[in-house]
Every structure is written in structure tokens, then in C-alpha cells.
Write a protein that binds this ligand. Structure first.
Ligand SMILES: Nc1nc2c(c(=O)[nH]1)N[C@H]1C(S)=C(S)[C@@H](COP(=O)(O)OP(=O)(O)OC[C@H]3O[C@@H](n4cnc5c(=O)[nH]c(N)nc54)[C@H](O)[C@@H]3O)O[C@H]1N2
Ligand SMILES: Nc1nc2c(c(=O)[nH]1)N[C@H]1C(S)=C(S)[C@@H](COP(=O)(O)OP(=O)(O)OC[C@H]3O[C@@H](n4cnc5c(=O)[nH]c(N)nc54)[C@H](O)[C@@H]3O)O[C@H]1N2
Ligand SMILES: [Mo]
Length: 798
């Protein structure tokens, strides 16, 4: 496959970068959505569903977690959400004959796209070792065999993974099931995503989630964007930003890459489609270095401190909100001292931005009476991910931008219910979960030890300590770091059970015993003993919504997710609790009653509240300046990682790799090969590089290169045959797609404290295809890499 690179421009000696002419949204988005629906043969089925998507009485979109407004547009969807609907409602099926004619190992060469593109799974399957095929199995038989196997394992060697799709009801039941089995091992896609948020925000403001609600955007006077690609990853949010932009609100973006989806927007449901006009989104765009945000934020803080002092000397109104700082916060003086002492040269070097740039930002910020701070993976997926979020909070505190209308912090979450799953207790840290309440309500003794998160699970898999892995949705093998090393180790797991809608690589590479259990999607009608059921989800702004599926189920053999959890639990831990699994499955409102009993402050009256148009806001103490931190204050953070963690790129061919998403994927679900915004078509096997770096290495556009990851632990990490794409990205940074580049990320390369894999700052070396960086260190064979444990990680998990 060849790559088409349109429209890049090499300047004479300086690089101009590629023109970003495309507005997000627009006709192209509609065309592409229509193309997906036609290919999925689900045009009418999906079109019908669109009228119910993100609407009261309808279903909550199965893609991202952006909030659903009280007064939706006629069709409240976006390209990403529309594709996700079409993909779930596809008429394509994986028939049983498919597995009769394909050995499972024969599917190992299939791409992520090819596997999912086969269509929906329709029947429970068990891998047969003798024939290397997935064979149909009766549900009862599957549950009883899985139950027997799980009972024979040490509970601490069982992993209960969940991806952020599943509803509050399913997640609540699932974590109870795992704890009754005796394990707190609940790695979650959230561990790879906003875990840095979940660690940083409780320390800073006493809640693990954002404080901004949709109405705040109508009142904001300034909006910051750090490392979140709205046009691609949460396109419905663009409607909100478009309104803000039209009101003249400055939208200040920090991103190493000029993302067209953050530059202009043409609303597909507006007259702009006829007139061909579009609205600018970012008013200022700063191409910070990868990992340079801490430097940038510290620079803005330093400029504000200087402005405040100057204003004080002149007898003018202060720039900082001293009233807020005095009454509400702790740690200001120490932080201010460190920021004042910081050297501007160091700030410029680390951020890649100039003092003037940052002073301009500080000036705009100082004029705003209410500012919102949005951020995404560009802040969290870094070695200093937690510190990045803490420093953003510092910037917010300096002008008291929390606990008032139009202001606050807004982590833009990924999967549709990822935030809610954590709220109902899907967490490996026992201190986050009301274990005593479980013991009281359900008559079992929950384990009190700390379970494993995603990174710890990777480590345990690599060292043969995981004996059973239940994957409730998701694609762990592809999504996790060090994917090439995980695969061979994954095959040694005694039992893998995957609950899924579509086939993916985590099913093809599998354990010694393997089951594939197909489930209903959220858009499908879920009929139980008491009639059709609804579920609930919590969005990125802490709003709880009902979701009702109306579409005809894909197959009569599918079970709902709550039903699958209940049957697994009944088969594995019969009589070990007083939980009425069957009663809950018959009527999901009973699960919600149980959630409300467990978390009365957040979920009281859940059965009623979830039907509120636009969703019901969970209480957020930080929104009213009620700080649930140990010292009951909002806490400034004094930077430490900033001074400790930085290493210059040493080698000529050394780069900081950013792994990212296109508009034609939802995580490891690859819809196609058109990254429309970045104008990269036909392949995802690319490396986006600054043209000066391309020149420096003697390469040319579309040359083929190999990328080598950190081998300091003796592991061989390589992705071969990437095609070079000249791109508007800072020198010494480059970008490639996730999950194709995950083999380059060492499992131990993660954020301090949160262990979010640091997928946005991966040190690599780039060589022309075939050249090896260090012949002695790189084995010539393609045998599975050996990943020894690093000394500092040893003993941390057990
Ligand atoms: N269409 C689509 N939508 C999705 C998803 C999808 O795969 N496809 N995934 C969903 C999920 S699970 C999630 S978590 C969200 C993710 O949504 P985002 O948070 O937007 O995640 P990414 O696209 O991985 O990266 C975001 C941006 O971070 C920038 N970035 C990289 N490094 C840095 C840095 O050091 N500093 C700064 N300031 N920026 C940096 C990248 O250039 C990129 O534009 O989207 C959700 N929505
Ligand atoms: N290098 C790098 N790695 C990353 C990231 C990155 O930016 N860079 N991002 C990380 C992030 S933010 C995340 S969230 C993770 C995502 O990691 P995961 O959540 O594990 O992966 P997904 O690709 O979202 O999972 C897709 C699969 O979910 C199943 N599925 C879809 N719908 C349903 C459903 O309704 N029910 C069930 N049971 N299954 C369903 C399908 O079988 C599909 O194949 O990846 C992380 N990995
Ligand atoms: Mo995510």
C-alpha cells in the first residue's frame, strides 16, 4: 500500500509545514459517515437510530463521553458517533462457517481493520486446541466451564479488565463479581487514559473528575486547550466551542501538532454548509514541544506573578485573585517562589515557546473573569502526567477560576462511560471503594489488598503471573504498551474470556483455554423477564443519563452485558454472597437501587434522575469550593518532575514520539485508512516528521524507516517500514498512530504515581529501513523479545 500525502509544502530552507485548509465537520464529514454506513449496509438502520442518539428516551452514543445537551439538535451526532453507531448496527456478521474454514492462528496476519470489519459476533465460542478453531459452545456450558476454571485459580492471579463502554449497572455488578471471587484486579481502559487526572484532581481539588458543566461554556470568557483533539475525538464539543468562538471568547490551544480539527469548524447542521463558511476555533495556537506543557504553564504562571507585582507597585488592581488564594488554597507561597526563580531560558527551552508567546497568553488570561481549562491525552499520557494536571490547577487557582460560573477544569474523557465506571467502584485501589458497605449489603468479605492496574497487569502477564484474564470489552493486547512483547506472554495465560461485539486481536492471540462471548450493544433492544431495560452512564461533565436501545438485536443468541456478568458470577461463586443476581438481571432498576444505596450522596434517586433531559448532575463539591482534600483546601503543587525528569534527545536520530488517533478510528477499532484532517490516506503505517529532521537524516518524503524503542532493559522494540510524512510538528518530535506504534512503548514507561502509559512521549530512534542503530544490541531473529523486570519496578506489584 502506498501513502498519499497531499498538500505538504517544503519551503526553501525553513519549513512552512502543511497547509491546514480543512474545517472540521463540513460536507466531507457527512460524506465519510455516509460511506461508512453504506459499507456496513446499515444505512436505514443507522439513520433511524440517529434520531434517538443522545436524546431523552434514546440511547447514549457508544463513542465518546462528551455530554449530551438538554435541547439536542435534530440529529445530535457527529462523524465519530455516527460511525460508531453504523459500526455497531452493521448488517455484517461473523458466521459460524467462518471459523469452520479459518484456523485461529491463520487470522494472526489480519489487520485490526480486517478483523472488526468481519462484522458482529453472533454466537458464544470456545477455542478448540485440537483443530485450532473457535467452535460454537452453549452458553450454559461456557459459563460452567469458565466458573470451574476460575474457582481453581488463585483469585489474585485473575484479572478483571473492563473497557469504558459498559454501563453503570454492568460495571457495578462486574466489580462486585471480581471482589466476591477474591480479587481487586480491575485494570480499566481509564488506567491508560485519564488516570493521571484521577490521581491529580483529588490532591488538588478533592474530586477525581472535572468541575465544568455544559452551561459554563456559555459564560466562559476564555478557554484553554491542552493536548485534546476535539475535531477528531469529541466532535460534538465543537458545537459548544463554535458558540463560544462567535461570542469572541479567546480559545488558546497548546498542541505540538497543528490539528485542523482545532482550527476551524463548519457545523454540518447549519447554513454554513450552504455558504461554505466556517468558524475559527482556536484564536491562538501554540506548538509546544511534546512534553513541554509544564514549562509553558510555569511560564504563564511566572508572567502572571510578575504582572501582579507590577500592578501592585503601580497601585493598580491585582492580577491574581488574592482573596481566593488566601481563603481557599494552600501552598501558594512555595509555588510562587519556585515559579519566580525559574529561568526564562529554561522555560523557553523546555516548552519550545518564547517568553513573548507566554506573556501574551498570560495577558489574555488576566483579562478574563471566567476561564475553562480543557485537556486530554496530551497532558495525561506523559511521565509527568500527574504533575501536568496539578500545574494546570495551579494556573487555574492563581485567578480563582473554579467554583464560579463559566470557570473550572474540564478533562475531556474518552469512552462513553469511562468516568462512571470508576464512580461505581471499578477501581483497583481499595481506598476508593466502599468495601464495608459491600460487606454489609451483600454478606461477603471483600479483599482489602491493592489490586493491579493496567501497567501492573502488563508486568504480571510478562512474568507469567496472570492465570485468567476476563476482558469485558476492549482490546487489551493492542491497547496496552509493549504490545509485541505482551502477545507471546498472553498465550501463556491459562484462561482468556472475552466479552465482545466484534472480533479483535485480543481474541486471535489467546490463552490456553479461550472463550469468546458475544454481547448486545447499547443501541440494541435489551429484553429481560420484566420487559425492555434501560441502562445509565455518566458523561465527562459528571452528568448521568439514561440509555435505551431500540434496534433489533443482531442475533437471538446474544446476551446482555449484565446477564453475562450475572451468569459468570453464579457459575463461579455460587452462594458466596447474598446478591440476587437473577433478580437484578430481570429488572435493571434494582441494580440502580443498589448503586443508590451504595453511593447515596452521588446516586440517590438514580432511577428517577437518569431520565432528566440533558442528564442529572452529580454533586461536585469542588464546584462550590467545598474541598474534600485532607487539609480541606485547594492545593497548589510545587513542581518536582519538571526538575528531575527531563533528558535531552541525545542521538542524531533520536526523537520524542507522540502516538495519536485519526478521525477514522475509535481506539483500536480502525474504520478505515483516511485521516482526512491530516490528509494522510491509504495507510496508517507512517511517521510524521518535521521536514528539517527529514533533511537532516538524509531522508525524503515517503521513504521507509524503522523505529526503535528504548532497549535499555535488553528488550528489542521495533516497528519497521513506516513511511515518512513531512508534517508541521516541532523538530525532534515525531508522531505515529496508536495502536500500530505500541510495540515501541516500554511497559515501564508511564506517568509517575498514576502509571498512565506515557504514550505521548516515547523516546525512539529512527533509521532508514534496514539500517540498524546498534547491531550488537539488536538480535537478528524475529524471536519474541525478552522483557526483563527493571530493578526499580521489582516488588512493587505483589
Ligand atoms: N474518533 C475518535 N474519537 C475518540 C477516540 C478515538 O480513538 N477516535 N478515542 C476516545 C478515547 S478512549 C479518548 S481517551 C479520547 C482521546 O482524545 P484526545 O485526548 O484528544 O487524545 P489523542 O488524540 O490521543 O491526543 C490528543 C492530542 O494531544 C496532542 N499532544 C501530544 N503530545 C502532546 C504534548 O506533549 N502536549 C500537548 N499539549 N499536546 C500533545 C496530540 O497532538 C493530539 O492532538 O478520545 C475519545 N474519542
Ligand atoms: N500508544 C497509545 N496507546 C493507547 C492510547 C494512546 O493514545 N496511545 N490510548 C489509550 C486509551 S486513552 C484507551 S481508552 C485505551 C483503549 O483500550 P480498549 O478500551 O481496550 O480498546 P478499544 O479499542 O476501545 O476496544 C475495542 C473493542 O471493544 C469491543 N466492544 C465494542 N463495543 C462493545 C460493547 O458494547 N460491549 C463489549 N463488551 N465490547 C465492545 C469490540 O470487540 C472492539 O474490538 O487504549 C490506550 N492505548
Ligand atoms: Mo481513553
Amino acid at each position: 500500500m502506498t501513502v498519499r500525502i497531499r498538500g505538504y509544502r517544503l519551503g526553501k530552507d525553513r519549513i512552512r509545514g502543511r497547509p491546514n485548509r480543512r474545517a472540521a465537520g463540513s460536507w466531507a464529514a457527512l460524506r465519510e459517515l455516509a460511506g461508512t454506513l453504506l459499507r456496513e449496509k446499515s444505512f436505514l438502520r443507522s439513520a433511524y437510530a440517529f434520531f434517538r442518539q443522545n436524546k431523552p428516551g434514546g440511547f447514549a452514543c457508544v463513542a465518546c463521553a462528551w455530554t449530551k445537551p438538554e435541547k439536542p439538535q435534530t440529529i445530535e451526532i457527529c462523524e465519530s458517533g455516527g460511525k460508531a453507531t453504523g459500526w455497531e448496527l452493521t448488517r455484517k456478521r461473523v458466521p459460524l462457517e467462518f471459523f469452520a474454514t479459518h484456523r485461529v492462528s491463520g487470522l494472526e496476519t489480519w489487520s485490526d481493520h480486517e478483523l472488526e470489519n468481519l462484522g458482529r459476533l453472533t454466537h458464544p465460542l470456545k477455542w478448540d486446541a485440537a483443530t485450532d478453531r473457535y467452535l460454537p459452545v452453549a452458553w450454559d456450558e461456557a459459563f460452567s466451564m469458565i466458573g470451574r476454571e476460575l474457582r481453581s485459580c488463585d483469585p489474585k492471579s485473575i484479572v478483571f479488565y473492563m473497557c469504558g463502554h459498559a454501563a453503570l449497572e454492568t460495571a457495578y455488578m462486574y466489580q462486585l463479581f471480581g471482589r466476591i471471587v477474591g480479587s481487586n484486579n480491575f485494570p480499566n481502559s481509564s488506567n491508560m487514559c485519564h488516570e493521571s487526572t484521577s490521581v491529580a484532581l483529588p490532591q488538588a481539588i478533592g474530586v477525581p473528575v472535572g468541575t465544568v458543566i455544559l452551561e459554563d461554556f456559555d459564560k466562559a470568557e476564555c478557554i484553554f486547550f491542552f493536548g485534546q483533539n476535539t475535531g477528531t475525538n469529541s466532535p460534538r464539543f465543537l458545537n459548544t466551542l463554535q458558540h463560544a468562538s462567535r461570542r469572541g471568547v479567546p480559545i488558546i490551544t497548546f498542541n505540538p501538532i497543528r490539528e485542523p480539527g482545532l482550527e476551524r469548524f463548519r457545523n454540518p447542521q447549519s447554513p454554513q454548509m450552504a455558504t461554505g463558511t466556517s468558524t475559527p476555533i482556536s484564536s491562538q495556537y501554540y506548538q509546544v514541544r511534546a512534553g513541554g506543557d509544564a514549562g509553558a504553564i510555569l511560564g504563564i504562571c511566572k508572567a502572571l506573578l510578575t504582572m501582579d507585582e507590577a500592578a501592585g507597585n503601580r497601585g493598580q488592581a491585582p492580577v491574581l485573585d488574592h482573596g481566593f488564594i488566601r481563603a481557599q488554597t494552600s501552598g501558594f507561597e512555595e509555588f510562587a517562589r519556585v515559579a519566580r526563580e525559574l529561568d526564562w531560558q529554561e522555560i523557553e527551552r523546555r516548552s519550545g515557546l518564547t517568553r513573548t508567546d507566554l506573556a501574551v497568553v498570560a495577558d489574555v488570561y488576566a483579562r478574563s473573569n471566567a476561564t475553562i481549562f480543557c485537556y486530554g491525552m496530551g497532558l495525561t499520557q506523559h511521565p509527568a502526567g500527574v504533575e501536568n494536571v496539578r500545574l494546570l490547577c495551579n494556573l487555574m487557582f492563581l485567578r480563582g477560576n473554579i467554583g464560579k460560573p463559566g470557570a473550572g477544569i474540564c478533562p475531556v474523557r474518552g469512552h462513553s462511560n469511562i468516568q462512571g465506571q470508576r464512580t461505581v467502584g471499578l477501581a483497583e485501589k481499595p481506598e476508593l471503594v466502599p468495601l464495608d458497605t459491600y460487606a454489609r449489603l451483600y454478606g461477603f468479605d471483600p479483599p482489602r489488598d491493592r489490586g493491579m492496574n493496567t501497567v501492573e497487569t502488563c508486568e504480571a502477564i510478562l512474568h507469567g503471573r496472570v492465570h485468567a484474564f476476563i476482558g469485558f470489552g476492549g482490546n487489551f493486547v493492542r491497547a496496552a504498551p509493549d504490545s509485541a512483547a505482551i502477545e507471546p506472554a498472553w498465550r501463556d495465560i491459562g484462561l482468556t474470556v472475552q466479552v465482545a461485539t466484534k472480533l479483535n486481536r485480543s481474541h486471535i492471540v489467546h490463552g490456553k483455554q479461550a472463550y469468546l462471548l458475544p454481547c448486545l450493544g447499547r443501541i440494541e433492544r435489551d429484553e429481560q423477564a420484566t420487559g425492555p431495560q434501560a441502562v445509565s452512564i455518566e458523561d465527562a461533565t459528571g452528568c448521568v443519563h439514561a440509555s435505551v436501545g431500540h434496534a433489533e438485536p443482531t442475533s437471538r443468541d446474544l446476551l446482555s452485558e449484565p446477564k453475562i456478568v450475572a451468569e459468570l458470577a453464579k457459575a463461579t461463586v455460587p452462594g458466596k454472597s447474598s446478591l440476587d443476581w437473577d433478580g437484578w438481571v430481570a429488572d435493571y432498576s434494582r441494580i440502580r437501587e443498589a448503586i443508590a444505596r451504595t453511593h447515596p450522596e452521588i446516586f440517590h434517586d438514580l432511577n428517577k434522575h437518569m431520565w432528566t433531559p440533558g442528564g442529572h448532575h452529580r454533586p461536585l463539591p469542588a464546584r462550590v469550593r467545598d474541598w474534600r482534600t485532607p487539609n480541606r483546601k485547594a492545593n497548589f503543587h510545587v513542581p518536582t518532575d519538571f526538575f528531575e525528569q527531563h533528558e535531552e534527545v541525545l542521538f542524531d536520530d533520536g526523537f520524542d514520539l507522540i502516538t495519536l488517533r485519526s478521525n477514522d478510528q475509535f481506539n483500536t477499532t480502525i474504520y478505515g485508512f483516511k485521516d482526512r484532517y491530516r490528509e494522510i490516506f491509504g495507510t496508517r503505517h507512517v511517521l510524521l516528521m518535521n521536514p528539517n529532521d527529514i533533511d537532516r537524516l538524509g531522508l525524503r518524503a515517503a521513504d521507509s524507516v524503522d523505529a526503535f524503542g528504548d532497549d535499555s532493559d535488553g528488550a528489542h522494540r521495533v516497528v519497521t517500514g513506516l513511511q515518512v510524512v513531512p508534517y508541521n510538528i516541532p523538530e525532534r518530535c515525531c508522531a505515529g498512530y496508536y495502536p500500530e506504534c505500541n510495540a515501541l512503548i516500554p511497559w515501564w514507561h508511564h506517568a509517575k504515581d498514576s502509571k498512565t502509559p506515557a504514550a505521548k512521549l516515547v523516546r525512539i530512534r529512527v533509521r532508514r529501513a534496514g539500517d540498524r542503530p546498534n547491531a550488537a544490541a539488536v538480535p537478528e531473529t524475529s524471536s519474541p523479545p525478552v522483557v526483563p523486570m527493571r530493578a526499580e519496578e521489582r516488588g512493587k506489584v505483589d
